[in-house]
Design a protein around this ligand. Structure first.
Ligand code: G3P
Length: 219
């Protein structure tokens, strides 16, 4: 499963990307606003930090504007993935941009029918927002299960990768992997949390204490 970082914080991306465990980045207008950065400048910097797709979202809501913005964003760097909302105009823009060879991430997906249309529109990625469904008492990961099952029925025609978004913690990541999602995008903290367990810390401390008692050094 691929790990994308869900942030526009360039310093955080640089730090985590140095681990070699980051495959891409997703941003959205709210994350850009939170960063306080110029969108296009930050986008170029982020694209230089990771090898894989960097999602940059259009802000137009009608087809012509989506296409104009998407084509401008696609020129920022070869690994830009244009992010489009799951609306009819977004689906039409997805089809057009995908036909031009542009990577497309169709976002704000909340039910499987939307994911089916996005795949038919040639989306590279579909972004179901699991955390926001959980927030309203629905089962976000059930949507992932449904989409993975549906896409698996049509391997020759539906090539879209399931990109689990709005993931709020380690359990979302683990469940996404169990279900066979292709990608999960997480805030920096969640990726760091994935490496943590108190018994790991406790066990390491015990190893080092016992080693210290030997008086030996490896170097
Ligand atoms: O990639 C989508 C993500 O940024 C949304 O997360 O926590 O605002 O639902 P959240």
């Amino acid at each position: 499963m691929k790990f994308f970082i869900d942030t526009a914080d360039v310093a955080e991306i640089a730090d985590l990307a140095s681990s070699g465990l980051v495959d891409g980045v997703t941003t959205n207008p709210s994350l850009i606003a939170k960063s306080g950065r110029n969108f296009l400048e930050a986008g170029r910097e982020i694209c230089a930090l990771v090898p894989g797709p960097v999602s940059a979202e259009v802000t137009a809501v009608h087809l012509d504007g989506m296409l104009a913005e998407g084509r401008k964003l696609a020129k920022l760097a070869p690994n830009v993935c244009v992010k489009l909302p799951l609306t009819w105009d977004g689906l039409k823009a997805c089809r057009a941009l995908a036909d031009e060879g542009t990577l497309v991430n169709v976002t704000l997906c909340f039910q499987a029918g939307q994911a089916l249309l996005a795949a038919k529109a040639g989306a590279t990625f579909i972004s179901p927002f699991v955390g926001r469904l959980d927030d309203i008492g629905q089962e976000g990961m059930q949507l992932i299960s449904d989409i993975v099952e549906i896409y698996r029925n049509y391997p020759a025609t539906l090539r879209t990768e399931v990109l689990v978004a709005s993931a709020r913690g380690v359990n979302h990541v683990i469940e996404a992997a169990r279900l066979g999602a292709h990608v999960v995008t997480v805030p920096p903290k969640v990726l760091r949390d994935l490496a943590l367990h108190p018994m790991t810390d406790k066990g390491l401390a015990a190893f080092l204490k016992d080693w210290e008692a030997t008086g030996q050094r490896i170097l």
